[in-house]
Design a protein around this ligand. Sequence first.
Ligand code: TRP
Length: 361
Amino acid sequence: MKNIILTGDRPTGKLHLGHLVGSLMNRVKLQNEANYDEMYLMIADAQALTDNFENPEKVRDNVMEVAMFYLACGIDPSKVTIFIQSEVPALTELTFYYMNLVTVARLMRNPTVKSEIKLRGFDESIPSGFLNYPVSQTADITAFKANIVPVGDDQLPMIEQAREIVHSFNRIYGETLVEPNPVLPDSAYAKRLPGLDGKSKMSKSLGNCIYLDDSDEEIKRKVMSMYTDPNHLRVEDPGQVEDNAVFIYLDVFCRDEHFKKYLPDYENLDDLKSHYQKGGVGDVTIKKFLTNILIELITPIREKKQELMQNISYVYDVLKKGTAKAKEKANDTLSEVRKHMGINYLEDPNFLKEMQDKFRK
Ligand code: TRP
């Protein structure tokens, strides 16, 4: 079997550190390991419209923004097909057929959908397009026959739902679609990076993000505002490293060589943690250390993005070529789907004869 990778993001804003550790790093790693046959990266503008239908301009601006972040983070368009979801109409058509294979009750039980309904205050007036976005996501994945889907853990219910739809389709219409498997980041925190406020998730709507093009000053200001241990008031007080957002970030981002460079009094993170726990390390020390690490991480991304901002026609070209390629592949799958469903009437050379035999008296 071929290894085909597909992932995507909704273009509703700038990408942040949560995206970087939750999925972007994994994608670049997969791209460079070259252990795959095809790799697709989708800008999910149609999905973004399911809860931004009144703000199409927001989605429009962010399509280019997200594409620039992909390239700035090291996605190589000669290896990865980057495309725009709504420009591939086969995805919409597949969604319509798959909608028959899932009940409203099942969609309402999807934990991610459930919490998003709450967050957006849809209550009883849930737009049906929104409720169906997991079905559309199944179309995204299956149209490319993707078996590998690198995502953060909030997307697991989507993959689960996709697998169910694949099973139903194959059972009713015959073996056609490929079952997808999620690939999560290795570290627990990378699966879901908390926000600057220590809340469960870094998210634009919660306003607790460090963006991948923040300036050094912004990074510094944001890290200084981070949540630590509320009982660690004086330097000499013992501090907690659990539930301490600064240490959670250090767990994700810091490597031993950062100590030599920025905090040579300590060997490694365990060393720093045990001193902090005993008392004697100030929050400013750990925050300065984290600031340096994040500046080192983000500066090359920001600079690459600034270059791309001066060369939008290049990014446009990447999207245009990628989308053309994606269209072809998705159309092939759609033809197969229609054939297995027996609704490919006018492409099926047997249809005319079959109907003549049946109806001619
Ligand atoms: N739901 C994903 C998100 O919010 C975006 C997405 C759309 C996606 N289609 C996908 C992710 C297919 C993986 C595979 O980030």
